[in-house]
Design a protein around this ligand. Sequence first.
Ligand SMILES: C[S@@+](CC[C@H](N)C(=O)[O-])C[C@H]1O[C@@H](n2cnc3c(N)ncnc32)[C@H](O)[C@@H]1O
Length: 212
Amino acid sequence: MAKQSKSKKDRKTSAWFQRHANDPHVKRAQKEGKRSRAAFKLTEILDKHSLNIKKGSVVVDLGCAPGSWSEELVPYVGSDGLVIGIDLLPVRPIEGVALIQADFDSPEGQEALQEALQGRVIDVVVSDMAPEMSGNKLVDQMRMIGLNEMTLHFANQHLRQGGHILMKTFMGEGYDNFRRELGLSFQKIKNIKPAASRKTSPEFFLLGLGKK
Ligand SMILES: C[S@@+](CC[C@H](N)C(=O)[O-])C[C@H]1O[C@@H](n2cnc3c(N)ncnc32)[C@H](O)[C@@H]1O
């Protein structure tokens, strides 16, 4: 039988797997028992930038699955602190983390968050959330900025004054406006592209320090 040539989608998928398998951060994550290579993006930001998470802090991790950021955050907040992770997907339990499966922007998600907070105020919001990728660059960009808007709205409502925010975004349409908007709520904004973030990816992180 004649061999069928691979579709464009299949070629793209196998190229992704190839890249993934050869990625040094993926290999390091496997070796160190991390849930995902994303852990190194957060640890680099915590090591090199002024996101100072003190013992006793309350941190909300939006879009936490499979859980590598939440896992890294636990020793930073210590036993008096609180890490709450929320995601649409289920997450394998993490010691010291309150996990919620919900859309963070839904009434159910908000209610579950309030319950997990038990009256405590949020010191830091981190978000590695990404939209479901459609493959259409403009659509994906708009979805990412939409998530950023929702995250900022959440922070404006729930983050304490002086608190910090870290969120993933994509460079492209709508970004400049969003950064300006973020500047209305935070005293200092930094753009960060960690080494573990693929150079070919439009993703980078916005760090907002000192909520006004
Ligand atoms: C790149 S992953 C996060 C990886 C995570 N930081 C880690 O280190 O394991 C992005 C996550 O955002 C979640 N997500 C996207 N939109 C969301 C929403 N509205 N509410 C909750 N989670 C969301 C996705 O389900 C996905 O698991």
